[in-house]
Design a protein. Structure first.
Length: 200
């Protein structure tokens, strides 16, 4: 197990990444909703129950965007209960590990409060929508707030942030690649990828 706190590493990278170079997104509804296509395609072929739960959570995420609900942990936990089919989805109470234990995300008395600030910044800052969506995705991935299903929570957060700007991606599959907390170029490149998908 790694001794490095990858969450602390991410918070430094988050400050230094060049978010301003994010592309401008088109507010045009595509012919297909990429998240739904992804759920109905590869996710359903692998696990129909998982697909149904994701689609239910996605419906909630889109509705929350339409109603301009505050983006906070309570909202994410609402989606996560659907994703996991669980009665509760609390914030983790211990350090979390990913990538077969190679990454450790520390837990301090400030972790949940820091996460709340990051989520607010996803909708309250002047950064371009692609940058805010990419950064929010990585925030969820590296804060790792839940004991399970954080990759799904991150993707739901990304599509929610874009939906608040009336943006729907026609494809989300390419977003499903491994990300690293110590990679500022890769973090900014995620916003570039969102731009590429937006124009397909």
């Amino acid at each position: 197990m790694t001794a490095t706190d990858c969450l602390s590493t991410w918070l430094r990278v988050r400050r230094d990444a060049d978010w301003q170079r994010a592309p401008v997104l088109r507010r045009v509804q595509p012919a297909t909703d990429g998240f739904r296509v992804w759920c109905e395609g590869p996710v359903r072929r692998r696990d129909p129950v998982r697909a149904n739960r994701l689609l239910t959570a996605y419906t909630l995420a889109r509705a929350a965007a339409a109603y301009r609900c505050p983006l906070d942990f309570t909202l994410l936990a609402t989606w996560q209960r659907e994703v996991l089919g669980a009665a509760e989805a609390p914030f983790r109470v211990n350090d979390a590990y990913a990538k077969a234990g190679r990454e450790r995300y520390g837990l301090t008395p400030r972790t949940q409060a820091d996460f709340a600030v990051c989520l607010r910044e996803a909708i309250e800052t002047e950064l371009p929508p692609a940058a805010r969506a990419a950064r929010a995705y990585l925030d969820v991935a590296f804060f790792h707030p839940f004991t399970d299903g954080n990759a799904r929570a991150a993707l739901l957060t990304l599509v929610h942030v874009l939906a608040r700007e009336d943006i729907v991606l026609p494809e989300v599959g390419p977003l499903q690649i491994t990300r690293y907390p110590d990679d500022p170029v890769g973090a900014a490149d995620l916003s570039t990828l969102i731009g590429v998908l937006n124009r397909r």
